[in-house]
Design a protein around this ligand. Structure first.
Ligand code: ADE
Length: 256
């Protein structure tokens, strides 16, 4: 997969392929990340990329022409069909389904804003999807673009050591993940839940499902409204709720 990022801070964005899974995906040739600086697409002596907003108001707006020129150059650099995504707090929320859709494609162009935003005509003319990584405001789209690159890269076939990791992720199943433990069996008096060391694989799978349901109920109840639960799931969740109310839920307690 090829991802082009249009950003005033190309060196910053390229850091995302320096460590971990994304670095490995890039080394293996699964992911190619190319950054384009709109400043190099200006024609004035001062290389101006921003200007005051029409209608007044605080801050500066990134100009249309250098952005448009950078996006068009990125588009033309590869013949495969591309989705142009603008990262902004006004976008639709980034979720795992959207990440999976992007990972199934061959190309993305990510557009990063700065200052108060970008000239809206660029969005009209060039952008396919406007996407937000959450209801908070960052100083630019670079970190959101890096978040998106990371989430997409780990879904590329071969990027993860064990493909089960991606299949069992939080949200892939529509629920939060269950808690994980590794050796030693006791850490400062806290024992691993007994069932996990008993070797009964059916019991383990049941416990993990129950924890995933229970955590989702505690922390993200709206996920349960959307998830398709069968009769066994409902039974497990009832058990979890009852144990939780009795104060003996066999898992790390959820913070509020
Ligand atoms: N740019 C600034 N804040 C953002 C956010 N929350 N999501 C995506 N892009 C952004």
């Amino acid at each position: 997969m090829r991802i082009d990022v249009v950003t005033l801070f190309p060196d910053f964005v390229k850091q995302v392929t320096r460590w971990g899974i994304t670095a490995r995906a890039a080394e293996q040739g699964l992911l190619e990340l190319v950054a384009w600086n709109p400043r190099l697409f200006t024609s004035d002596r001062h290389r101006t990329v921003d200007d005051r907003p029409y209608g007044g108001g605080p801050g500066m707006v990134i100009k249309a022409e250098p952005l448009q020129a950078a996006i068009r150059t990125a588009r033309a650099a590869d013949p495969r069909p591309v989705t142009v995504v603008y990262l902004s707090p006004q976008g639709r929320p980034l979720d795992q389904a959207r990440v999976a859709r992007y990972a199934a494609g061959a190309r993305l162009v990510l557009l990063c804003g700065r200052y108060e935003g970008i000239d809206e005509r660029v969005v009209e003319a060039e952008v396919d999807e406007e996407v937000s990584i959450g209801d908070y405001v960052l100083s630019g789209g670079e970190l959101p673009a890096m978040v998106l690159v990371d989430a997409v890269a780990r879904l590329l076939p071969g990027a993860l050591g064990d493909a089960r990791s991606a299949r069992e992720d939080s949200f892939v199943t529509g629920l939060l993940d269950y808690p994980h433990y590794t050796r030693p069996e006791s850490v400062e008096g806290r024992a691993v839940p007994k069932v996990l060391v008993g070797g009964d694989h059916r019991a383990i799978a049941r416990w993990q499902r129950k924890q995933a349901l229970g955590r989702s109920w505690l922390r993200r109840p709206e996920l349960l409204d959307r998830a398709r639960l069968d009769a066994e799931d409902r039974r497990l969740l009832e058990e979890f709720v009852e144990e939780y109310r009795n104060g003996c839920s066999d898992s790390g307690a959820a913070e509020s």
